[in-house]
Design a protein around this ligand. Structure first.
Ligand SMILES: [Zn+2]
Length: 338
């Protein structure tokens, strides 16, 4: 069981019942491979690498419920650490991350071939042939802290290219893996610059926030369309629905900001200037956080506090001066003197 951590976040998502997917067609529980019988890559989408993360199972459940099928190649869908996931309890949501150890830190050959026996290592060894065979992997995750969704593309240009092709989330972080153990998305040829094999890890937001589920679905659909596993027509309707959901968030954000402008709290500029400015600041802060050239600095916590302070006050009324305003005020006395 995972050590319990303090949690202040409400559980807005429902963890789908995945027991119907236990007996797949591969002989390995909770792993299903759909074959199009047409040549093409072996694409894989993985969920529940961490048992307390619900958005991945929501995305795979959506795939099954909508009866989607690969049009080329093979598609493997897997609930990785299903033992931990099946133990998820909304009343105590942080303890089901893993059973014995973090499933996403055991993916070096030495650890997989080593003598240790844990629930996660047994599962990783059983799942390893699928990971080794996959050409393209999307591994779906979420985060404990409330953070903008991120695509972790890995350190190589091929990862960044795949992230750009997938389009969402908008923030892409080119990361260098995890110091405390190798992740599944860094296994074997995924991080070999000379291999066409490629992988992404998406962090869809706070584990249990409402928006995390739809974003996981949208990322999966866009990834599958980009890799041509699904055709753009297959997913057009679904993407349109998801887009409407995202638009409704945007509309409510606009009306909230408009009310604050009307009350004189915020500068009177188009409402989207406010959230785009916040987004730009947050994106810069996230890049800074993950930047190797800057994060050695010991004062990064204070720096983040300072940036957050700037963020919460930057659109407030009375601070905004633009060039035409200053020209107008500079010209004014001259006019008065005439
Ligand atoms: Zn995770």
């Amino acid at each position: 069981m995972t050590p319990r951590v303090k949690n202040d976040f409400p559980i807005e998502l429902t963890a789908p019942d995945i027991t119907a997917y236990k007996v797949g067609n591969t002989g390995v529980d909770y792993v299903t491979t759909l074959d199009s019988d047409t040549p093409g890559p072996h694409v894989m989408v993985t969920a529940a690498v961490h048992g307390n993360e619900i958005c991945g199972p929501i995305a795979l459940d959506y795939f099954y419920q909508n009866d989607l099928r690969p049009r080329i190649g093979k598609l493997t869908l897997a609930f990785c650490n299903y033992e931990a996931y099946l133990g998820f309890d909304p009343e105590d949501p942080t303890v089901s991350r893993y059973v014995d150890e973090d499933f996403n830190r055991v993916w070096s050959e030495e650890t997989l071939d080593g003598p240790r026996q844990t629930q996660e290592l047994i599962r990783a060894r059983e799942f390893r042939p699928f990971v080794a065979d996959a050409d393209l992997l999307l591994d779906i995750h979420s985060m404990q802290k409330k953070t903008d969704p991120l695509m972790l593309s890995g350190p190589l240009p091929k990862g960044r290219e795949l992230a750009r092709g997938t389009q969402v989330p908008e923030i892409v972080v080119s990361d260098h893996g995890h110091a405390s153990g190798k992740r599944m998305r860094d296994y074997g040829d995924f991080i070999n610059p000379n291999s066409p094999k490629n992988s992404l890890l998406v962090e869809c937001g706070q584990h249990w926030e409402k928006a995390c589920g739809p974003l996981a679905i949208e990322t999966m659909l866009r990834f599958l369309a980009h890799t041509e596993t699904l055709s753009a027509e297959d997913v057009a309707d679904q993407l349109e629905q998801l887009h409407v959901m995202r638009r409704s968030n945007e509309d409510s954000l606009n009306s909230m900001i408009t009310r604050l402008i009307d009350r004189g709290v915020l500068e009177d500029v188009p409402p989207h200037y406010h959230y785009l400015a916040c987004w730009a600041l947050a994106q810069g802060a996230v890049e800074l956080c993950f930047s190797r050239s800057w994060n050695y600095r010991l004062d990064s916590d204070d720096l983040m506090k300072f940036i957050t302070g700037v963020g919460v006050t930057m659109g407030n009324r009375g601070q905004y001066r633009n060039l035409s305003d200053s020209k107008a005020s500079a010209a004014k006395p001259a006019v008065d003197n005439k």
